[in-house]
Design a protein around this ligand. Sequence first.
Ligand code: NAD
Ligand code: UDP
Length: 328
Amino acid sequence: MKNILITGAAGFLGSHLCERFLKEDFYVIGMDNFITGSQKNIDSLKKNKNFRFINHDVSKYVEINDDLDYILHFASPASPIDYLKIPIQTLKVGSLGTHNLLGLAKAKKAVILVASTSEVYGDPLVHPQSESYFGNVNPIGPRGVYDEAKRFQEAITMAYHRFHNLDTKIVRIFNTYGPRMRLNDGRVLPAFIGQVLRGEDLTIFGDGSQTRSFCYVDDLIDGIYKLLFYNYNYPVNIGNPNEISIKDFAQEIIKLTNSQQKIIYKPLPENDPLKRKPDIDLAKNILGWVPKVNRNEGLKLTYEYFCSLSKKELNLKEHQNFKSYNKF
Ligand code: NAD
Ligand code: UDP
């Protein structure tokens, strides 16, 4: 049985990854400090004898006594609202946290895959975005704390690959959605569905002409699974290239949920990318991966999940965990 460490295990993607690797007969060690994650996401995993959980901040030295074959580094706030509230922890987990996990991978001779993001392309001047595009990021803008932490993460990961010969993988994840997203995390899909469920108007930032391309979580997890075992050390985009404007997306959600809500407009946040669509030719060619779940199907599954949450969870607007964290 192979051992795998998954950081960010109590988060949206981390919990799905833990589930997938348990299904594939791995011994899974999940690590998280719950800064944006939830105990509920790991409750069912904890019942599995091949799962162990460690509550730890990966920006501090990471010690694991077991042998490790693989490491997946997914710990990091991921929603703009989250990383704007905890900018310094965001910078630290992308930089110090990644350094710690690369060091651990080197000590254990483990393969490591790090979660990068389409945000490394910033507000892109090239469309769609392929891996060869260097991006257009404002390092000192509010989103810089996330974008630059992820760009540093890619740089140090490549340095460990080139200098220490570590077997590293980098996945550039485009907007992903599905069950176990936090309803109050501020990302557009939970924001719209939360508003529908609470009977509030849907808030579009800007005029809604900005675009995103949404990938269902199961497709993303499949892509990551394939990439981990493929012999390729440069970044690979994983996302769904089906692009939609945020205005059309809001209308799609209203139609899907059969609701009467109105749309209201709020200012566009600073440096909010105007366009985003992955070029996935590389993933298609080397991994034979393409997304399979269309948006209609994926949105239905996600809506059903959110409908199953309790009233208390629906009305929780602020994330509780931040209160217990220091400024640094
Ligand atoms: P999430 O907020 O649901 O999960 C992140 C998890 O990491 C949380 O459980 C949080 O508590 C944990 N964490 C944060 N800092 C930590 C630290 N210092 N030590 C230990 N645990 C810590 O977010 P997500 O959507 O699951 O994103 C997971 C990863 O995927 C992130 O690295 C993110 O940048 C990347 N990503 C996600 C998307 C997306 O659309 N979901 C897109 C691009 C990249
Ligand atoms: N957005 C919106 N209303 C909301 C939340 C988000 O119009 O209530 C917009 C946001 O400005 C961005 C897009 O939806 O243009 C996607 O935002 P999200 O936070 O999901 O992810 P991003 O791709 O910006 O990281």
